[in-house]
Design a protein around this ligand. Structure first.
Ligand code: NDP
Length: 503
């Protein structure tokens, strides 16, 4: 395990007098492991060590880093079942879902390592006619140390969307995992250290929100946060104290649109997976479906049939695991009750479906627009199916949300056209959450879903600072940028500009 955690977990933490906390299996409440609550002093030291290590990491260059990140990737593949076990123990999700999460981690890591050089290396740009004597280049340098704060719902995939890309770009990383999933963070750091034992390039600090706040204040050169919108605002305010730039991947309220020519069976299957997989605890999960009137009844029937077959539980054959964060159960209950009190109809499940730590699938329809379940992130295995006049109304309702993370459209003839009208960072057409699994695509939201991008070329650039360099190749015959210029120089320049831009 990488330095920050290895010396202080378990007994070490107790004997050192460092306060500790327990990570629990949400299915049973059993203790999975014990981790230190790191204070600001510890976080500062971790960041300092990461700063020293960063120079070594940057000096390796793209190919040296790629070679080491590839070693890490191969190790992650060999140990995939072990990692899936840790994810499963701390989140309660089915083991195959945990495996799937790590498959995506590995694919993104491979892409980031393979493409960093192409995207970030120094490249020439045209200097233009007015500056024809200059050779112009742009190069993307790493920020230095990147702090990453992650959530618990996809405790490997979501933070790795920042960690893998930040490392490939030449930064070192200090990661603060959610207090619910510290073991997943520690496992990632431990495997990295096995693959790259030379320097503490990627380390983990553990604890609660205060440890995260200490990371914001520690002097990291950028802070990448994934979590709820409310915490994201606090993180941004804390980072503002030191003018630390932030990337915010926050919550969502993703819409799912079904056009009248859609493949209804495929659409229903996608909607149920999008809404119910991981027990609905997915930032880009489906929360609201808008279905064109002509096919609404059929779609609702199919969704209801499929959703009713799903069984939550802690055993390997269960379709859904528990609600990982105990307090979220009350949010789900409140959303369902509020909708029903406002006259909504439960086609599958209802209030009785909420039985902590598990929630059975709930399919609601005829939900008034002002109901909480239509406005705020429910983060449970629920879906609201709403009948609409046409796709224009569907798009209008989709875009009314204060969130703008992902969206889905099922349409045979005009999916791509409709996608462009959606106010969201990512759209899947005739598929579900596909964009998250394509490493070359940027991932991130707008509005209350945050800003900045992980994944893809934009995700690599997010963890760099562009540097522009000009080099004079020869003296210009006309030089207006000197006190020695004559009025004639400016007159000639004006003639040139009129010719170039005035016509
Ligand atoms: P939280 O916002 O509760 O926590 C996120 C992280 O921030 C945790 O590590 C948490 O630590 C830490 N934290 C809490 N308070 C502070 C603070 N004051 N300063 C710094 N860090 C702090 O989110 P959840 O873990 O509950 O995750 C679920 C949310 O994440 C959902 O809203 C979901 O939509 C969103 N999400 C967004 C994704 C995206 O890519 N846009 C992807 C996945 C999830 P601790 O846990 O110890 O309190």
């Amino acid at each position: 395990m990488t330095a920050e955690v290895s010396t202080e977990t378990g007994d070490g933490a107790a004997t050192n007098g460092v306060p500790t906390f327990e990570s629990l299996d949400p299915r049973t409440g059993e203790v999975v492991d014990t981790y230190p609550v790191h204070d600001a002093d510890h976080v500062d030291k971790a960041v300092q060590r990461a700063r020293d290590a960063q120079q070594w990491w940057a000096d390796l260059g793209f190919s040296g880093r790629k070679q080491r990140l590839d070693q890490w990737r191969k190790l992650l593949v060999r140990r995939l079942d072990e990692g899936a076990g840790v994810i499963c123990a701390e989140t309660g999700k089915p083991i195959d879902d945990a495996r799937l999460e790590l498959v995506l981690v590995v694919d993104h890591l491979a892409w980031a390592a393979a493409n960093a050089e192409k995207v970030l290396k120094r490249r020439k740009v045209s200097s233009g006619l007015l500056m024809v004597n200059q050779a112009s280049t742009v190069e993307y340098h790493p920020h230095g140390v990147v702090g990453v704060i992650g959530p618990w719902n996809y405790p490997a995939f979501t933070p790795m969307g920042s960690i893998a890309y930040a490392l490939a770009a030449g930064n070192s990383v200090v990661f603060k995992p959610s207090e619910l999933t510290p073991g997943v963070g520690a496992w990632l750091a431990r495997t990295f250290e096995e693959a790259v034992p030379d320097q503490p390039v990627f380390t983990v600090v553990t604890g609660f929100g205060e440890t995260g706040a200490a990371l914001c204040r520690s002097g990291v050169n950028k802070l990448a946060f994934t979590g709820s919108t409310a915490t994201g605002k606090r993180v941004m305010a804390t980072c503002a104290e030191t003018l630390t730039p932030v990337l915010l991947e926050a919550g969502g309220k993703d819409a799912f649109i079904v056009d009248e020519d859609a493949d209804l069976r495929a659409a229903a299957e996608a909607a149920v997976w999008g809404a119910m997989s991981n027990a609905g605890q997915t930032c880009v999960g489906v929360e609201r479906a808008y279905v064109v009137d002509a096919v609404a009844d059929k779609f609702l029937d199919q969704v209801a049939t499929m959703a009713a077959e799903l069984r939550p539980g802690g055993e390997p054959q269960a379709n859904l695991g528990p609600i990982t964060m105990a307090s979220q159960v009350e949010v789900i209950r409140r959303h369902v009750d509020d909708a029903l009190e406002r006259g909504a109809r439960a086609v599958v499940g209802g209030s009785h479906s909420v039985r902590a730590p598990f929630v059975e699938p709930v399919v609601l329809t005829d939900v008034p627009p002002e109901a909480d379940v239509n406005l705020d992130e429910t983060f449970g295995p629920t879906i609201v199916v709403q009948r609409v006049r046409d796709v224009d109304e569907a798009i209008d309702l989709s875009n009314r949300s204060r969130f703008g993370l992902g969206a889905t459209i099922f349409s045979r003839s005009r999916g791509a056209d409709l996608a462009r009208r959606i106010r969201a960072g990512m759209v899947a057409v005739n598929g579900i959450i596909a964009f998250a699994a394509v490493p070359a695509l940027p991932f991130g939201g707008i509005g209350d879903s945050g800003f900045g991008r992980i994944h893809g070329e934009d995700g690599l650039r997010e963890f760099t600072r562009p540097q522009a360099v000009t080099r004079a190749k020869f003296r210009m015959p006309i030089n207006p940028m000197t006190f020695k210029r004559s009025p004639r120089t400016v007159r000639r320049l004006m003639r040139l500009v009129r010719l170039m831009h005035g016509r």
